[in-house]
Design a binder for this molecule. Structure first.
Ligand SMILES: [Zn+2]
Length: 330
């Protein structure tokens, strides 16, 4: 990847985009320095990319094999975490995390967004690096409480790639992340940033990461009232059609909806125990194949437990047959 020239390098002659951090060096320098096992016998492609500023160049390795299964299928394992609120270090005492190729965290890794809390989380990510070669995160509302802007948080979170209205391509998957903005309020569906803010989401993404839910999907706080969701985000999703939407924010709304290939209906629903109100599935024509709200910390008002991690990280598998779209399963 050469972000100085806004390009991706594809070393594998197919849709398999291999990326690594070249610290902004020019393309010739990268080609010369490529020591991967594909370096000598694979074509080099340049793909346009205008969405990643240089300070967000991810450190993705180009030498990690993706599991290949019969029929030329490719599999990428994605682990979705969210809303761990300084309890990340306790997750595995109750819910051991499975192996995965990409770890994605959709925000609220802290309670107050203090430097100490952010560093505590970043140290944990550093320990996970050997197990999860790609770690991508977005910022949640709690992570903004101390008023840190994104460049400051990026410098504190140097064990992950932080996305703020940006796209990265990993193992051929297009992933776009929207971090919580400093001016964004927590609550009503009409008070989120402008339509233009969410309409910047590119079309046909594989994975969209936001902290807040779209309006009327995993956003109920009683029988009828919604909280923290965005109508504009929902409109943008219906227009831009990402295959997967990952988010958190409402702990009592932790759950998943999935539409299996060939099926018109969603299956799934709320996983949070003690939630008394049934949640409605999105309509059959909603574009996402998989929707995951995985706010992992409990909600004390609903389960009367002390603060704890209430649910596991969610493992999602992306499978791709040659030249065919990714299919996601759990
Ligand atoms: Zn939260």
């Amino acid at each position: 990847m050469n972000c100085a020239e806004n390009k991706f390098l594809d070393t594998q002659g197919s849709n398999d985009v291999a990326c690594w951090n070249n610290n902004g060096c020019n393309i010739q320098y990268i080609i010369k320095g490529n020591t991967s096992r594909w370096a000598k016998n694979i074509r080099w492609w340049l793909l346009g990319c205008n969405s990643i500023p240089i300070e967000t160049v991810p450190t993705f390795s180009n030498s990690i094999p993706i599991e290949t299964v019969p029929n030329n299928q490719k599999k990428v394992r994605i682990l979705h975490l969210s809303d761990t609120h300084c309890m990340h270090h306790t997750i595995e005492s109750k819910f051991p995390m499975p192996e995965a190729d990409i770890l994605l965290h959709t925000g609220d890794f802290t309670n107050r967004g203090s430097e100490e809390e952010v560093k505590f989380f970043n140290t944990w990510l550093g320990e996970l690096k050997a197990r999860y070669p790609v770690i991508i995160i977005i910022i949640g509302n709690h992570d903004r409480w101390s008023g840190f802007n994104t460049p400051t948080l990026r410098s504190l979170l140097n064990n992950a790639t932080v996305l703020e209205n940006e796209e990265v391509q990993v193992y051929g998957l297009r992933i776009y992340g929207i971090s919580w903005s400093l001016k964004q309020p927590d609550g009503s569906p009409d008070s989120h940033p402008s339509k233009e803010f969410f309409y910047k989401i590119p079309e046909n993404l594989d994975i969209l990461m936001t902290h807040c839910p779209p309006y009327q999907i995993f956003d109920l706080i009683d029988e009828v009232h919604t909280w923290g969701s965005s109508k504009f985000l929902r409109e943008a999703i219906e227009l831009k059609k990402p295959k997967v939407h990952l988010f958190g924010h409402l702990h009592e709304q932790r759950g998943v909806w999935i539409k299996n290939p060939g099926s018109l209906e969603y299956t799934g629903g709320i996983e949070f125990k003690s939630w008394p109100y049934p949640s409605q599935a999105p309509p059959a024509n909603y574009p996402c194949q998989l929707i995951s709200c995985n706010a992992m910390k409990n909600h004390k008002s609903w389960d009367n437990l002390p603060s704890c991690i209430a649910g596991p990280a969610r493992l999602i598998t992306a499978t791709q047959k040659k030249d065919v779209n990714w299919v996601f399963s759990i």
